[in-house]
Design a protein around this ligand. Structure first.
Ligand code: SF4
Length: 334
């Protein structure tokens, strides 16, 4: 990563779509640096990608995108550096992202990599020692500039070589975003997402579901993640059951069923009701229990025997069930 003589230095900045990375990108542009952005999408990302695209378009920088799939799931299953407060393997995630960023930076001949990280914003992965460890493990020791906290961190190669003026960088730390918000205003950034959200792995409710899944299934696939994101979840013995909560989820679940032969589907006839998905093998007794749960969440009267259609790929059937009483339902809720 070396700037050719007479050319403006070039930076590759990791853009999450959050306020910090947006401000950091603008700060680099203000130092007359040629900036390109790199955005990662993981199976757990919730950030609006269109928002990132629009931001990059508005400030006139090129956007590169990388979708992390299987290698990311491996990290979530067994992170070398452990989890943060929930199921977020932030340290391993950042190492993987920086390794990928290094390759992109080499390809586009960027002189350095930058991030919007703020010292102390996340106690697990954004303390000084860990930030330096992460860049070292990614093979980027001293080569990652964090414009928002640069003055609290050792001088980077970009500063030493004069690509960036350290005096015009910041010494922000901590979780309060007041300083970044003031800076954003000064830089003309008025629209940015709420700090909450972005990565489902940090959300306690989702993290509980994921823990339960890993404990019972000992594996994690893209399909598993898609299913974890939707509906109410139940476990009947070894069988996992997902019941759609609204039209959008019902549609999503029936779409997933149509694409995967290991999923079976159950819906009530004659009444409005959820799409229910059964994951993996199940016996007749389990199927009858799932039918009762499905009727419970339908509009059918609770004391009426209701007909349901079952689509188990190689087998289709009609069965009947009464709604499961709530006292019994609690046994199965995840
Ligand atoms: S919050 Fe999620 S996306 Fe962000 S570093 Fe942690 S694991 Fe990665």
């Amino acid at each position: 990563m070396v700037a050719a003589e007479g050319k403006r230095p070039k930076a590759l900045i990791l853009i999450s779509g959050g306020l910090d990375s947006m401000v950091a990108a603008r700060l680099l542009l203000d130092q007359n640096i040629d900036v390109e952005a790199l955005h990662f999408r993981t199976p757990f990302s919730e950030q609006n990608e269109e928002f990132v695209e629009k931001f990059c378009r508005d400030i006139g920088i090129k956007l590169h995108k990388i979708v992390l799939k299987k290698e990311y799931l491996k990290i979530v299953l067994a992170p070398k550096h452990g989890y943060g407060s929930e199921m977020n393997p932030c340290v391993d995630c950042r190492i993987l992202e920086l390794k990928k960023a290094k390759k992109v930076a080499e390809k586009i001949e960027a002189d350095f990599i930058a991030t919007g990280e703020v010292l102390g914003e996340r106690p697990f992965s954004q303390n000084k020692d860990m930030m330096l460890h992460i860049e070292k493990e990614a093979g980027l020791e001293g080569k990652v500039l964090r414009p928002l906290s640069a003055k609290l961190l050792p001088e980077t190669e970009a500063e030493r070589k004069g690509y960036v003026n350290r005096e015009r960088l910041y010494a922000i730390k901590g979780r309060r975003r007041t300083h970044q918000m003031t800076l954003a205003k000064e830089l003309g950034i008025f629209k940015y997402p709420n700090p909450a959200g972005g990565c489902l792995l940090t959300e306690p409710r989702f993290a509980d579901r994921l823990k339960e899944h890993i404990k019972n299934e000992k594996k994690l696939t893209i399909l598993d993640v898609e299913l974890l994101k939707a509906g109410r979840h139940f476990r009947i013995g070894k069988t996992k059951v997902i019941v759609g909560r609204n039209e959008r989820e019902n549609y999503r679940l029936s779409f997933l069923c149509s694409k995967n032969k290991n999923l079976a589907m159950l819906e009530v006839n004659e009444y409005m009701g959820p799409t229910t998905v059964i994951v993996g093998k199940h016996d007749v007794e389990t199927l009858q229990t799932v039918a009762a749960i499905t009727v419970r969440y339908s509009d059918a009267p609770k004391d009426t025997l209701v007909s349901l259609k079952y689509d188990g790929k190689n087998k289709r059937a009609i069965l009947n069930a009464y709604a499961m009483p709530d006292s019994e339902l609690r046994k199965y809720i995840i």
